[in-house]
Every structure is written in structure tokens, then in C-alpha cells.
Write a protein that binds this ligand. Structure first.
Ligand code: URA
Ligand code: SF4
Length: 188
């Protein structure tokens, strides 16, 4: 089986969808290949595109803070996105782009086999858990279809970027994050 670095190399060279034309760098994701938790955002933004790393801008700073609030570092978890290249002007990724990029995420998850998948934002959540509304299910663990038949535990959270515009989301994100250690301890 491929290791993470081999998948990442393929992502960096990928030309499977139109987003390859406008990207500076693809952003495969980074972190611990044996992580218990994988955090999945939507798509790289401007800073991520420039650096080739996930969540390095303002939303990333808050994600670091959220991790620190439960004594985790970026190096202990794995952080990636649903699509690996920046959509121009940060528009939402299109359905076809999500579909084309999906096999990379699947391969990452197959290597990492995380106990918990934390989805950040509506798009990431709906890629795994269709038809759910984030306002209703954020901060609640859901056991649902995994990518290979076995059940997987998911934990939907709001996207950390929403906290930058609205302080009440900031509080909600911190409260939801606080639930993760207990959820993790119950999974096996
Ligand atoms: N927002 C995302 O969804 N992903 C990133 O990597 C950065 C910002
Ligand atoms: Fe390839 Fe995904 Fe980038 Fe599209 S978004 S070019 S599928 S890596």
C-alpha cells in the first residue's frame, strides 16, 4: 500500500480537475500518519495555496487555538481538506471538483484509519454525511457508514473561519472541541 508521502506527491502533481490551472501549490494535507483524529476542511484559501499547507491563515490560527484548548498540537493530528487546490477567489468547490478529488482523501483515510473524523463546515460534513444540517448536528458524534463498509465515527463542527466574523460561533466551536477527548476515549 502507498504511504502518505506517495499520495501527497501525486496530489502535488495532479491535473485531474480545472483547479490545477489556477493553483500555486496543491495542498495535500499534513500531520501524523497514525493520527487518531483527522480534521477535514473545505478547500485551501490564499495563504494555503501560497504555502502548500492546510490551515495556515487566520482560520488556521483559530484551529491551532482549538487544538491547544484540548492539549493537542497539529503534529499529533492530521489536517486536510475535501479539495486539495484553491478554488479561484475562494468560491465554493463544485460538485465535480469534490468528486474528482475524493480518491485522494479516501486514500489518506485508508492509510491513517483514524478513530474520529472531524468535519469542519457544512461542505466537509455533507461530503460524508449527506442531508444533515450543521446547525442541528454540530458537536454531536455520529456513527455512520465508513468508506470501506465498517462504521466510522464522525464529529461535525462549524468551520473555524465562521468564528472570525461572529464571536458566538467562536464560543460554540470551543465548546464543541471540548467534547472530543471524551468521545475519543469511548471509541474502540
Ligand atoms: N479553510 C479551509 O477550509 N481549509 C484550509 O486549509 C484553510 C482555510
Ligand atoms: Fe487534482 Fe484535487 Fe487539485 Fe483537482 S483539486 S487538480 S483533483 S488535487
Amino acid at each position: 500500500m502507498l504511504n502518505i508521502e506517495e499520495v501527497n506527491k501525486e496530489v502535488r502533481n495532479c491535473i485531474k480537475c480545472g483547479l490545477c490551472k489556477t493553483r500555486t501549490n496543491a495542498v495535500p494535507g499534513e500531520g501524523n500518519p497514525n493520527a487518531d483524529i483527522v480534521f477535514i476542511g473545505e478547500a485551501p484559501g490564499k495563504n494555503e495555496d501560497l504555502e502548500g499547507k492546510p490551515f495556515v491563515g487566520a482560520a488556521g490560527k483559530f484551529l491551532n487555538e482549538l487544538l491547544a484548548s484540548i492539549a493537542l498540537t497539529r503534529e499529533e493530528v492530521f489536517i486536510t481538506n475535501i479539495v486539495k487546490c484553491r478554488p479561484p477567489g475562494n468560491r465554493d468547490p463544485e460538485e465535480s471538483e469534490i468528486k474528482t478529488c475524493w480518491p485522494y482523501l479516501k486514500r489518506h483515510l485508508k492509510i491513517i484509519k483514524p478513530k474520529l473524523i472531524v468535519t469542519l463546515g457544512r461542505h466537509s460534513m455533507n461530503a460524508f454525511l449527506p442531508n444533515l444540517k450543521i446547525s442541528q448536528v454540530h458537536g454531536r458524534a455520529k456513527r455512520y457508514k465508513g468508506l470501506w463498509g465498517e462504521k466510522q465515527v464522525y464529529f461535525p463542527m462549524y468551520h473555524p473561519a465562521v468564528a472570525l466574523y461572529n464571536g458566538s460561533y467562536r464560543k460554540t466551536l470551543l465548546e464543541d472541541m471540548k467534547k472530543i477527548p471524551k468521545i475519543l476515549s469511548k471509541i474502540d
